[in-house]
Design a protein around this ligand. Structure first.
Ligand code: ADP
Ligand code: 5GP
Length: 185
């Protein structure tokens, strides 16, 4: 059995990364999502160990000290990291693994693992991005403003990625991502 590939999927907060990747993994059973660790508080409906490993700062630091993350980054005041062994095991088992992570972590992975590929999800416009971010109603106005400011910088650095997908019509964006992954097998 051949090994799977690692895909870094990034894009500004609210662009729809989570929505797109959830549908991608439903369409193909050989594509799986890496579950990240974070120090941020769970949103309503988020389940520990399913959506994230929700950790305290001390627990997060312990994993850093043990070199247990493939990458980690601070995004808008919270820590996020990709557990290393779980990803490497899935790749060995032949699964394509999606890391839905911010661009700082994404660039760390693309530099560290040259075989990994980057897919950057773009909004159709900044206006639509703001509408989606506010429409999710999961962040305060202050956090929304911070995330929108971060979006401009993230898009500037997106040239380091291999593929670009505009998430306008959800179904089309999902199909594009599935096609990219399948064509690299
Ligand atoms: P991200 O993971 O990038 O922060 P989410 O997946 O949480 O973004 O999506 C942000 C909001 O935008 C959600 O309310 C989601 O339902 C909505 N959304 C995602 N994709 C689309 C799309 N193609 N068209 C319209 N709304 C979308
Ligand atoms: P959220 O708080 O909206 O779930 O995520 C905020 C940002 O952190 C998003 O851009 C998301 O992709 C990113 N993120 C989630 N998990 C990780 C991770 O393990 N590492 C890094 N670097 N970023 C992550």
């Amino acid at each position: 059995m051949s090994k799977g590939n690692i895909y870094v999927v990034s894009g500004p907060s609210g662009v729809g990364k989570g929505t797109v990747v959830r549908e991608v993994v439903e369409k193909n059973e050989k594509i799986v999502l890496s579950v990240s660790a974070t120090t941020r508080q769970p949103r309503e409906g988020e389940i520990d160990k399913v959506h994230y490993f929700f950790l305290t700062k001390d627990e997060f630091q312990k994993i850093i000290d043990e070199d247990g993350f493939l990458e980690h980054a601070v995004y808008c005041d919270n820590c996020y990291g990709t557990p290393k062994q779980a990803v490497l095991d899935k790749v060995e088992e032949g699964y394509d693994v999606i890391l839905e992570i911010d661009i700082q972590g994404g660039i760390q992975i693309l530099n560290k693992l040259p075989e990994a590929m980057g897919i950057f999800i773009l909004p159709p416009s900044y206006k639509v991005l703001e509408k989606r971010l506010r429409g999710r109603q999961s962040e305060t106005d202050e956090v929304v403003k911070k995330r929108l400011a971060a979006a401009r910088n993230e898009i500037k650095q997106s040239y380091l990625y291999d593929y670009f997908v505009v998430n306008d019509e959800l179904e089309l964006a999902v199909e594009k991502v599935v096609k990219i992954i399948e064509q690299n097998r």
